[in-house]
Design a protein. Structure first.
Lengths: 294, 317
């Protein structure tokens, strides 16, 4: 009886299914989420769906306009733009997702430790983390390029460091808020060790906003990866990257605009889709105030 | 009768560190509190908000480290225990919290919350986990079918029952009840109180009952401690005894009698509670006391006993 009322209340509030399925509930969520699923599948199955080898040059057929057999045309070396855009999705998504995964792991560890232990340790960690926030992303990337040379590793670490502060601050804020809850005191009073409190109560309750901000950060990471690629600091030829493709397209902007337009459009659409779907997730999880609070 | 808990000269000061622009201050939350809690008895602690009742509860369970004083639980010196020993001992001394709404992790099902004490203490329940959960829920008067619900799906009174089941899972000897009914409806309050009475009889529990509701404490408890600004001002060994401290007398005067024929005019207390950061010399109640004399403003009265009924007043009734 009483569990019925609980379920009814959740149903009335539109809380049916998992947060992800609720995010897919609206038409915006369906379009944005659908696009992202398609993009990820495209990246995964790239070798089977690309019509041409992304690195195969055909110098006699350079700067060919969109048509058959090159649906999106070719670049100055006669490489198929469609194949390169599809493989570029692999680079963009994997670099951005890896970087954000590193960033979330490090940021949650630092933020949780700072929020849980407090005191001098907290101030030391937060000062260092805030310092990384004061450097522009590009500058951090340049530091890595100077140390380990241009390439995807530098790009990955640069993106990871650029977003570290955000995850650390967000996690710390959640932990500090949760630490004051009665259920933490009650669990301590049961005789729980610190790691039980942290791993079984604090972190599971802190993770939802971090995941959503991480999702939004993947969108930003794609832009940053494209930016670094554009400047020649990211993926090195012949690895296809949306940023690097746009960079090489600038030389033939008026001769063959399709070389720069298609990767540009894909970057824009992907980032918009990530942000729209992230917003839907925030709404589905009902955590808007917790994200703004950090 | 042996004492389950002996508290001697327990004090807690919260210090706020000074800086370039402010003075270091110390707040005397609990001041020189001593009392005994005999096995199987229910001792009530009453006082208005901010008098240090909840701090006292947390000091006794060492959820907050005392500044001074000794705590003996079942003959053992609690303050000498290492953190690891203390964690083991906690199984014997549990607490029910004031706010049932945040006392259960929102991501835990009721059954996981009720089983957590066993996980934390690395103990195996006597029976199979599902049976243990059902038995504990039945013990606190809940339908075992609620085991798979989440806290937001059940009512405040049900949550408080889950809190009690969690506290009793490891069969503790002492249960500290920190205003267990303060955030519940009156009808639900009565249910929780009768549940607590029944559990005490069934399990032979000892209660320390903290409340601001004197009529509830007089009904529920065997002995009463009255606190004012961190100090025990009166210890009544029997709830029927007349108040001797003017503050207790005022508290008792301000409770309502259900019989309309007993209506009377309540004289409210003058003045305000002094700041615990800046305690006046002498008796903290002197400024509001109708019986205050010159000595009350210079000398702090000591709790002195007269056949078990102790009172800290220069001029008791």
């Amino acid at each position: 009886m009483s569990s019925m009322t609980g379920i009814a209340a959740r149903w009335m509030a539109g809380y049916r299914g998992t947060p992800v399925s609720r995010a897919f509930g609206s038409w915006l969520g369906k379009i944005a989420g659908g696009f992202l699923v398609l993009l990820v599948l495209t990246a995964i199955f790239a070798p089977w769906i690309t019509p041409f080898d992304y690195a195969a040059q055909d110098l006699t057929n350079g700067n060919a306009p969109p048509g058959w057999p090159h649906l999106l045309g070719t670049d100055q070396f006669g490489r198929d733009v469609l194949s390169r855009v599809i493989y570029g999705a692999r680079t963009s998504l994997s670099v951005s997702a890896t970087a954000i995964a590193i960033s979330i792991t490090a940021g949650m560890t630092l933020g949780a430790a700072a929020g849980y232990f407090g005191g001098f340790f907290e101030r030391a960690v937060m000062t260092v983390v805030d310092l990384t926030w004061s450097f522009p992303d590009i500058l951090i990337a340049l530091i890595f390029v100077a140390i380990i040379g241009p390439g995807l590793t530098s790009t990955t670490f640069a993106i990871a460091i650029a977003y570290l502060a955000q995850f650390t601050r967000l996690t710390r804020a959640q932990i500090v808020r949760l630490k004051r809850e009665t259920f933490i005191e009650a669990t301590i009073n049961l005789g729980a060790k610190p790691h039980h409190i942290l791993l079984k109560h604090l972190l599971p309750n802190a993770i939802a906003p971090v995941i959503v901000v991480g999702m939004l950060a993947i969108g930003d990471g794609i832009v940053l990866e494209a930016t670094l690629g554009f400047f020649g600091l990211g993926a090195q030829p012949p690895t296809p990257s949306w940023g690097a493709m746009m960079s090489s397209g600038t030389a033939q902007l008026f001769l063959s605009p399709w070389v720069i337009i298609f990767p540009g459009v894909v970057v824009a659409v992907t980032v918009i889709a990530v942000n729209l779907f992230g917003d839907e997730l925030i709404r589905a999880l009902d955590i808007r105030d917790r994200i703004r609070g950090s | 009768m042996t004492n389950l808990l002996e508290v001697r000269n327990l004090s807690k000061q919260f210090k706020s560190p000074g800086g370039p622009f402010r003075k270091a201050r110390a707040m005397h939350a609990v001041n020189d509190v001593s009392f005994d809690l005999p096995k199987g008895r229910v001792v009530g602690v009453v006082g208005e908000s901010g008098c240090g009742k909840s701090t006292l509860a947390r000091l006794i369970l060492r959820l907050i480290e005392p500044t001074d004083g000794t705590l003996r639980f079942d003959g053992e010196d609690l303050r000498a225990k290492s953190p690891a020993q203390m964690r083991k001992l906690r199984a014997n001394m549990q607490m029910v919290f004031q706010d049932p709404y945040s006392a259960i992790d929102p991501r835990y099902t009721i059954s996981r919350a009720v089983m957590e004490p066993f996980v934390v203490q690395d103990r195996k329940p006597a029976s199979k986990p599902e049976e243990e959960v059902a038995a504990l829920l039945r013990m606190v008067g809940l339908d075992p079918g609620l085991a798979s619900s989440f806290p937001h799906q059940i009512s405040g009174g049900q949550k408080q029952r889950v809190g009690i089941a969690r506290a009793l899972a490891l069969r503790p000897q002492l249960l500290v009840l920190d205003e267990p009914t303060a955030s519940l409806d009156v009808s639900v309050q009565a249910q929780i109180i009768s549940l607590l009475e029944q559990l005490r009889d069934d399990l032979g529990l000892t209660y320390l009952f903290i409340s601001h509701d004197l009529s509830l404490v007089r009904y529920f408890c065997d002995e009463i401690l009255v606190m004012y600004l961190g100090r025990v001002v009166e210890a009544l060994p029997d709830t029927d005894l007349p108040a001797r401290h003017p503050y207790t007398a005022t508290l008792m005067d301000s409770t309502f009698a259900p019989d309309p024929k007993l209506r009377r005019i309540i004289t409210p207390l003058e003045g305000e509670v002094p700041s615990p950061f800046d305690l006046p010399p002498g008796c903290a109640f002197a400024d509001r006391c109708p019986r205050a004399a010159a000595i009350c403003r210079t000398e702090t009265p000591v709790l002195s006993s007269d056949g078990g009924h102790a009172v800290a007043c220069h001029n008791p009734i």
